[in-house]
Design a protein around this ligand. Structure first.
Ligand code: KIV
Ligand code: ZN
Length: 526
């Protein structure tokens, strides 16, 4: 009998590395929603956050640990006592938990960031892993910037981390610098030169600065890695992380070459990608591999002809393999609950009865405004069912006036959860600008608008418009989005979502400052 292919674990870091991407921060309910979708997708590990980063992060990790059964829940920590203890406490209620400690090892980071010599790095890494092991059975260690670390020193650190009790050692290409052949060589070197390496699981974590995160992760698998760290839609610091859907579909489609399996339910890839895109506002490029709008579209006549004869002529993946089951079925105001439920299910969403009823009511309201509802409309309704704009402020009334020969005006009425109702009027360069200004005056929060996008969710003259607003406030990026058939309304709600995120972040910062007093050292030792 042929040997069983090895299982490669999928470690998802959308909620940690992905969330670090500018403008991608998520609220706790949003993180829980993503975590539940990841569990359904079948990921082995969810890195739920960096508990020491803020009180909000800590609470989100705790919420995921408490409420999302199935995968191992991991929390990131630097190699210092406070970080490690905070992570262990946040994870305490998870049935399966992991503390992930990291410390930079490259000469550049040692000299400029940490000001530590090699011996000190070794001591700190060992102490960090040992403390984490006292508090948690399952400990992962990452030598940050491993791909730019001297090979002999890297091997020394990895060996010391294994001796100290790490059961997973992750090799990050932190700045997306390596190339496939070189990275495979690094893995081979470690496997040959590190004592005890066969006892632990080797992991890989790649960034996409040169567009090679997926290729570098795959080459690491060929060279012995048995855990891949990745994010949905490849979101993450700078150019992003290794994209989960791409690496998983490469391993599956070329399984004869890689001879490994994963536990991913690939038909959940597309809905999960849409959920993360809707929550983070990071639009998936049309031509993105596996989950982009054009990934299964054939334009050239020769290609269309070939696919009609046999799909395998030009398609190496089937749309249904990744959960994309589009149809031309159009729903309208006469469509009943059954047809609606079937369509929701075919699009890959699982809603309980109460959620289905709520979305169905919204569907009926939308069908009154719009003749035909397409898959994109239904997706937008389901994805926004929990109202990401929910926060302290809600919009109770919006009145705008625009004329070609006078400034536009907007009157907004907002309600705050503390009971206040505030009404303000402002003028501006168009109704959207006027509405944004009125909201700024009403809430007392003034922001720097960085980007504003409107796109049609579907085609047609009565298509819904999705507005996405990106702003900067106190040197942080925030984003908000909303969908409506009226683009002034969707823009206003998207802007209000930004204000809500800022207020929530400020509340989190205030309580963090109260909790921890002055600032924290970048890397205090254990
Ligand atoms: O990119 C990186 O090095 C990281 C580590 C913390 C694993 O994200
Ligand atoms: Zn990273």
């Amino acid at each position: 009998m042929a040997p069983q292919p090895d299982r490669v674990l999928i470690f998802d870091t959308t909620l940690r590395d992905g969330e670090q991407s500018p403008g991608c921060s998520m609220t706790r309910p949003e993180k829980l929603r993503v975590a539940r979708a990841l569990a359904e997708l079948g990921v082995d590990v969810i890195e739920a956050g960096f508990p020491a980063a803020s009180k909000g992060d800590w609470e989100s990790v705790q919420a995921v640990a408490r409420e999302v059964p199935g995968p191992i829940i991991a929390g990131l920590a630097r190699c210092n006592r406070e970080d490690i203890e905070l992570a262990a406490r946040a994870l305490a209620d998870a049935p399966r938990r992991r503390v992930h400690v990291f410390l930079a090892t490259s000469a550049i980071h040692r000299q400029y960031k940490l000001n530590m010599a090699q011996e000190e790095i070794l001591r700190t890494a060992v102490a960090g892993v040992k403390l984490a092991r006292e508090l948690c059975e399952d400990v992962e260690f990452s030598p940050e910037d491993a791909s730019r670390t001297e090979l002999e020193f890297l091997a020394q650190v990895v060996e010391a981390a294994i001796e100290a009790g790490a059961s997973t050692v992750n090799i990050p290409d932190t700045v997306g610098y390596t190339v496939p052949d070189e990275f495979a060589e690094l893995f081979r070197y470690l496997r040959k030169n590190v004592r005890g390496i066969d006892r632990i699981r080797l992991s890989v974590h790649c960034h996409d600065d040169l567009g090679m995160a997926v290729a570098n992760s795959l080459t690491a698998v060929v060279a012995g890695a048995r855990q891949v760290e990745c994010t949905i839609n490849g979101i993450g610091e700078r150019a992003g992380n290794c994209s989960l859907e791409e690496v998983v579909m490469a391993l599956k489609t070329r399984s004869a070459f890689f001879n490994v399996t994963t536990g991913i339910q690939t038909n959940r890839l597309y809905p999960t990608s849409r959920l993360v895109s809707s929550i983070t506002g990071m639009t998936v490029p049309r031509n993105k591999a596996v989950v982009g709008e054009n990934a299964f579209a054939h334009e050239a006549g020769i290609h269309q002809h070939g696919v009609l004869r046999h799909h395998s002529t030009y398609e190496i993946l089937r749309p249904e393999d990744v959960g994309l089951s589009r149809s031309n079925l159009v729903l309208g105001k006469h469509s009943g609950r059954h047809a609606f439920r079937d369509r929701v299910k075919a699009l890959g969403f699982e809603l309980d009865e109460a959620e289905l009823n709520r979305v169905f009511e919204e569907f009926k309201a939308l069908a009154d405004k719009k003749k035909e509802l397409f898959d994109g409309d239904i997706e937008a309704l389901v994805l926004r069912a929990e109202g990401t704009a929910s926060g302290p402020w809600s919009l109770t009334s919006l009145d705008t006036m625009a004329a070609s020969n006078a400034p536009a005006t907007a009157m907004v009425q907002l309600r705050h959860t503390d009971g206040r109702t505030v009404e303000r009027k402002a003028s501006g360069d168009g109704p959207v600008d006027a509405a944004f200004k009125a909201i700024e005056t009403a809430t007392g929060i003034s922001v720097m608008l960085r980007k504003f996008e409107i796109r049609g969710v579907t085609e047609g003259e009565d298509a819904q418009g999705e507005a996405v607003v990106y702003v900067e406030y106190n040197q942080r990026s925030y984003r908000g989005s909303s969908v409506s058939t009226n683009i002034v309304e969707s823009s206003t709600k998207a802007f209000l979502e930004v204000i809500n995120r800022i207020e929530l972040a400020q509340a989190g910062t205030r309580s963090r400052e109260e909790r921890s007093g002055a600032g924290r050292a970048a890397q205090a030792t254990v």
